[in-house]
Design a protein around this ligand. Structure first.
Ligand SMILES: Cc1ncc(COP(=O)(O)OP(=O)(O)O)c(N)n1
Ligand SMILES: Cc1ncsc1CCOP(=O)(O)O
Length: 142
């Protein structure tokens, strides 16, 4: 299993995590790379310019979203829609994870736009059948 710590590089180092996930307002990828060496660095992006910059600066993966409206995170930008997934799938070479408002009823659109990795929080943790919901997502991604 790969263990990524969100935001806190000191905790990532102390806990011997595999990597760190950054937001646009956090430490830059260049600065983070100096500290974490070859650990995985990911960063949330909301526009193609951010995605291109992340790739140029040596990010290992990017987050792409929020695709749809989400109630899970408060300080979130407006939904970027599946068109941003399409743009990233066509022009970015590093792996990306689509995130934000992804549910079983709309994940097909996200996959059709080119996503092969998704993050879904509320659909899974709010489900009465967590395992079944995970399996349903996994079968769509196969
Ligand atoms: C699964 C998962 N959890 C948290 C984040 C990042 O959330 P947050 O730090 O609130 O947002 P950004 O600052 O990265 O935009 C994530 N991307 N994935
Ligand atoms: C951490 C994060 N970053 C953008 S949206 C989001 C939350 C996604 O949660 P949900 O799958 O419940 O919309």
């Amino acid at each position: 299993m790969t263990f990524i710590v969100n935001d806190y590089i000191d905790i990532a180092l102390k806990s011997e995590a595999d990597g760190i996930h950054l937001g646009q307002g956090d430490l830059s990828i260049v600065e983070a790379r100096k500290i974490v060496g070859d650990k995985i660095i990911g960063i949330s992006t909301h526009a193609i310019a951010e995605a291109r910059l992340a790739e140029r600066q040596g990010a290992d993966y990017i987050g792409v979203g929020p695709i749809f409206r989400t109630a899970t995170k408060e300080d979130v930008v407006d939904p970027v829609s599946v068109s941003y997934v399409r743009e990233v799938a066509q022009s970015i070479q590093i792996p990306f994870v689509a995130i934000g408002g992804i549910k079983l009823h709309n994940v097909d659109e996200v996959i059709a736009a080119g996503a092969t990795r998704i993050c879904a929080i509320s659909e899974i943790v709010g489900s009465k059948d967590v395992r079944g919901t995970c399996e349903a997502f996994i079968s769509k991604l196969k």
